[in-house]
Design a protein around this ligand. Structure first.
Ligand code: SAM
Length: 214
């Protein structure tokens, strides 16, 4: 009950009050039990206005940035979405409440194993997971109506642009290792268009088309 109340407050104060208007996104935030996507010791902080550590030096993003990125994807129920950087699984679960099919890739094995169990426990059967470097995308399942990268890239990988369907949108943080700009790339018959949604700070996208491993 405590978490139901905290979740409702999070939606009102952090999501709606800051201008998220897509009813599908708001409903998804009302449903997904964010406290189950963090370690037990952090559950009471899960609905706070900040990112939290999830182990392996990775983070679950602040609720508002998850909402902003999700809304910017302009999703429909039949959209097929690719996420790079499964992390805690929270963003994928939000997507899975909105669309029919979510594909998500994580490069850290322990996070991948943990999240697969969680998706089973929470009955998210429309999420397909993959343990891999996602900076090259998931060619076999492409094209995707939307692509969301939840780690900061030095530049937009061409492979991801190729795997985006015509009429689709990609959201990706691009910049250096300390700060990035949130880029929305849209693709149609005439080409690709980029819009800058503002500054952000994500952990590194590590991979062939990202940063080198440290
Ligand atoms: N979307 C996540 C969530 O809802 O919890 C947050 C993601 S966290 C900010 C970034 C994640 O991207 C980390 O789990 C990290 O291991 C993963 N990552 C970084 N580079 C990657 C790559 N090349 N392929 C797949 N995952 C990657």
């Amino acid at each position: 009950m405590k978490y139901v109340r905290q979740r409702a407050e999070m939606v009102t104060r952090q999501i709606e009050a800051r201008g998220i208007t897509d009813a599908k996104v708001i409903e998804a935030f009302q449903k997904v039990p964010r406290h189950l996507f963090v370690n037990d010791a952090l559950m009471d902080q899960a609905y706070g206005d900040f990112p939290l550590p999830i182990g392996e030096k990775q983070t679950i993003s602040q609720p508002y940035i998850v909402a902003e990125m999700t809304q910017a994807l302009e999703l429909h129920e039949e959209s097929r979405v690719l996420e790079i950087g499964t992390g805690s699984g929270y963003q994928a679960a939000i997507l899975a409440e909105i669309v029919s099919r979510v594909y998500t890739i994580e490069r850290i094995h322990s996070l991948f194993i943990k999240v697969r169990k969680l998706f089973d426990t929470l009955h998210y059967y429309n999420i397909r997971t993959k343990y891999s470097d996602g900076s090259s995308g998931w060619k076999k399942e492409s094209p995707f109506d939307a692509i969301i990268v939840t780690a900061g890239a030095p530049e937009i990988p061409n492979s991801l642009i190729e795997q985006l369907a015509l009429g689709g949108h990609m959201i990706i943080p691009v910049g250096n290792q300390y700060s990035q700009e949130l880029i929305k790339l849209s693709k149609d018959e005439k080409g690709v268009y980029k819009a800058n949604l503002g500054g952000c700070r994500f952990v590194k996208l590590v991979g062939v088309h990202g940063w080198k491993e440290v």
